[in-house]
Design a protein around this ligand. Structure first.
Ligand SMILES: Nc1ncnc2c1ncn2[C@@H]1O[C@H](COP(=O)(O)OP(=O)(O)OP(=O)(O)O)[C@@H](O)[C@H]1O
Length: 225
C-alpha cells in the first residue's frame, strides 16, 4: 500500500536520506529503528509531504509526490509528530477533532471516529475538556495519537511515541496500540524508535536506518515465533 523507491532528501548540500526504499503492506506494523539523526523523522515528514524529495512515493497505487501535503491526510494517513504539536489553548477534544474539521468530515462521520478514538484511548475521554496545555508530556503523546487516529484509516505514522514516557504510560500506550490493531487489522503502522528492543514484541517487521540509508529490513522473528 505504501512504497518508497529511491527516496532522497538533502538539506542544502547535505544528503539526509539516500536512496531509501521499502514497501509496506496493508495492515502491517513496522518498527523503523535508528539512532538520533539517522533520518527517521525526515522519512515520516517526507511521506507527509513536508520535505522536498527525490525518488518515488506510491500510496495505494497513486503517485504521492503529486498530492500536496495538506491533502495527504485526506487519503487516510495520520501522523503523530515527535513534538506532538498540540494547540495548548484548545481543549484536548478540540485538538483531536481538528483534522476532521480540516478534512471536512460530516458530523456523523466525525462522531463515529471520535467514538473509535475514545474506545482505543479511554483516558482521553476523562481529559477531553481540559486545555491541551495543561496535560503532561506523556498524556500529550496520547492526545497526538488520538488526533492522528481521527484521520488514519489506512496508515498511521508515529514518531518516537515511547520517548520520554514513564513506564506506566509507555505500557498504556502500547496497550492502546494493541487495541488499535485488534480493532482495525487493515491499518498499517510505522513506529519510529531509537531503542531497537522497545518494539520487539510488537512489530512484524524491523527496518533499520543508518546515516540516511536503509541498513536492514527483516521480519521480526520474535513476533512471528
Ligand atoms: N530542517 C532541517 N535542516 C537541516 N538539517 C536537518 C533538518 N531536519 C533534519 N536535519 C538533519 O537531518 C538528519 C536526520 O534528522 P532526522 O530528524 O530525520 O533524524 P531522526 O532519525 O529522526 O533522529 P531524531 O530522533 O534525533 O529526530 C540530522 O542530521 C538532522 O540534523
Amino acid at each position: 500500500m505504501l512504497t518508497l523507491n529511491g527516496v532522497t532528501v538533502s538539506f542544502g548540500s547535505v544528503p539526509v536520506l539516500r536512496n531509501v526504499s521499502f514497501a509496506l503492506k496493508q495492515g502491517e506494523t513496522v518498527a523503523f529503528v535508528g539512532r538520533n539523526g539517522a533520518g527517521k523523522t525526515t522519512t515520516l515528514r517526507t511521506i507527509m509531504g513536508f520535505t522536498k524529495n527525490g525518488g518515488e512515493l506510491l500510496f495505494d497505487g497513486r503517485d504521492l509526490n503529486k498530492v500536496e501535503s495538506h491533502l495527504r491526510p485526506g487519503l487516510g494517513i495520520g501522523y503523530a509528530p515527535e513534538d506532538r504539536r498540540l494547540f495548548s489553548r484548545f481543549t484536548v477534544e478540540e485538538n483531536i477533532l481538528l483534522p476532521a474539521r480540516v478534512a471536512s468530515l460530516t458530523a456523523a462521520e466525525t462522531e463515529r471516529r471520535l467514538g473509535r478514538v475514545y474506545d482505543i484511548l479511554p483516558e482521553l475521554k476523562d481529559m477531553a475538556k481540559r486545555p491541551a496545555g495543561s496535560v503532561s508530556g506523556g498524556q500529550g503523546k496520547m492526545v497526538a495519537l488520538g488526533r492522528a487516529l481521527m484521520i488514519a484509516t489506512r496508515l498511521i505514522l508515529l514518531d518516537e511515541p515511547f520517548q520520554g514516557l514513564a513506564p506506566v504510560l509507555a505500557n498504556r500506550y502500547a496497550e492502546a496500540l494493541r487495541r488499535l490493531r485488534d480493532a482495525d487489522p487493515n491499518l498499517a503502522l510505522i513506529i519510529t524508535e531509537s531503542n531497537p528492543h522497545l518494539l520487539r514484541s510488537f512489530a512484524e517487521r524491523i527496518i533499520t536506518i543508518e546515516r540516511g540509508e536503509i541498513a536492514t529490513d527483516v521480519p521480526n522473528t520474535d513476533v512471528a515465533a
